[in-house]
Design a protein around this ligand. Structure first.
Ligand SMILES: *Cc1c(COP(=O)(O)O)cnc(C)c1O
Length: 431
């Protein structure tokens, strides 16, 4: 279905960049067909270089909670850029963004801005190691915390999509320090903490998993992680790169009533520009240079254009909170999808939290990486292609979350459901 322009652009891109992409999942390998080349976006809609319009549920991987080219954000970016795109010096807007972030997250006493979620997680782990004087970390199979060396075993997102159990190029000496537990299974964490007593610096978790597809935490799971960390002296590091300002104004910690020692942000807080942030208890954060001897730095960190965009997003979210509507639209869409799948004789499981969701073609509930991988990825690929042909862009992998934005309307959901009617029947048929 890809047009001529897409074909030639793709051919050219593949000569220039490995796989033709700057980030693996964009290659569409998991769903087949050519990748989509974006031209522009407006609100809930993405336009490709062929001029085709899609209702977008990728939303720059969750970063665009206000939709594409939100007027508040583009105005803030334009105004900031006019004054200069960066100085490598302190600005007022960084402090303003930090303040708004900290107001929303009561556990955060100090915060630092960086350029990506990866950087935020990498730095937070370094801090946790220094704070505890321990080397090991516990992560969850199917979780994703960016592409720093310590996080590339049994990870979700692109590693799940491409079936890479452990990235090559990570020294054993480092990989051996990463222990992998089972999501929604606090006993698996307790066992690792027992086995490696006194050696675990931190437990790193997505409070709502979003990179094995959406997997919400079981009742009590996050509280149990908090308790295990307190008991063992490990730092609880909650990765809210997706969930921060997504599942509610206080992120997942607000929604589920847990408090981390260290928290990471990204995506939404940059309004679609490159960003990350990490913060937490002053006692831990003040170990950073220049106060302490944990080194972390960045030429472009706290960039004024990025900070202005992020601030515009957070101010809009606070003056006009979209959360109830996002949740209601997501419920309506996913409830209807489930009914339609049933009518087409397809087993479809929906996992959702606020304005994020995943449809799994599975007979069994999806509660961890194992059950996420047991879902039918071929079916998902067929469904994805059927939806794309009908003007709806879903995540190009069964291991990613779909996102709604404040710009999605009832009309967009109706269009999506209409597309799904045909796509689900196609998906149910033999290939
Ligand atoms: C996207 C993501 C990251 C990595 O952020 P980048 O900006 O892509 O480096 C980390 N953690 C989670 C939970 C993410 O979804």
């Amino acid at each position: 279905m890809a047009g001529k322009l897409t074909e030639t652009t793709h051919t050219r891109a593949r000569r220039l960049m490995p796989g033709g992409v700057n980030s693996p999942v964009r290659a569409f390998d998991a769903v087949g067909g050519r990748p989509l080349f974006a031209e522009r976006g407006k609100g809930a809609h993405l336009y490709d270089i062929e001029g085709r319009r899609f209702v977008d549920y990728l939303m720059s991987w969750g970063a665009l909670i206000l939709g594409h080219a939100a007027p508040e954000v583009t105005a803030a970016v334009r105004e900031a850029a006019w004054r200069g795109t960066g100085y490598g010096m302190c600005t007022r807007v960084e402090a303003e963004l930090a303040e708004v972030l900290m107001d929303a997250a009561p556990g955060i006493e100090r915060l630092r801005l960086v350029n990506s979620g990866t950087e935020a997680l990498m730095s937070a782990v370094r801090l946790a190691r220094s704070h505890t004087g321990r080397d090991m970390i516990i992560v969850f199979a199917g979780g994703y915390h960016g592409h720093a060396d310590s996080f590339l075993a049994s990870a979700g997102s692109g590693l799940a999509t491409f079936g890479i159990p452990r990235s090559a190029g990570v020294p054993d000496a480092l990989a051996d320090l990463t222990l992998v537990a089972r999501y929604n299974d606090a006993d698996s964490v307790a066992e690792l903490l027992d086995e490696h007593a006194g050696r675990v610096a931190c437990v790193v978790a997505e409070p709502v998993a979003g990179n094995m597809g959406v997997v919400p935490p079981r009742e009590g799971f996050l509280a149990e992680l908090r308790r295990l960390c307190d008991e063992s002296g490990a730092v609880l590091l909650l990765d809210e790169v997706i969930t921060g300002f997504r599942v509610g104004p206080g992120g997942a910690q607000g929604r589920f009533g847990v408090r981390a020692d260290l928290t990471t942000f990204g995506k939404i807080i940059g309004g679609g520009l490159p960003v990350g942030a990490f913060g937490g208890r002053a006692e831990i954060m003040d170990r950073l240079a220049p106060l302490g001897d944990v080194y972390q730095a960045g030429t472009l960190s706290g960039n004024p254009v990025v900070a202005a965009a992020g601030l515009a997003v957070l101010q809009k979210l606070s003056s006009d909170p979209p959360y109830e509507r996002l949740q209601a639209l997501t419920r309506w869409l996913t409830d209807r999808l489930q009914e339609m799948a049933r009518a087409a004789d397809l087993s479809l499981r929906v996992n959702r939290c606020g304005g994020m969701f995943t449809v799994f073609f599975s007979d069994a509930p999806v509660t961890d990486y194992r059950s996420a991988r047991a879902a039918d990825g071929e079916r998902y690929a067929r469904f994805f292609r059927g939806m794309l042909e009908r003007g709806v862009l879903l995540p190009p992998s069964p291991f990613e979350s779909a996102f709604l934005s404040a710009a999605h309307t009832e009309g967009d959901v109706e269009d999506t459901l209409q597309a799904a009617e045909g796509a689900l029947v196609e998906t149910a048929g033999r290939p």
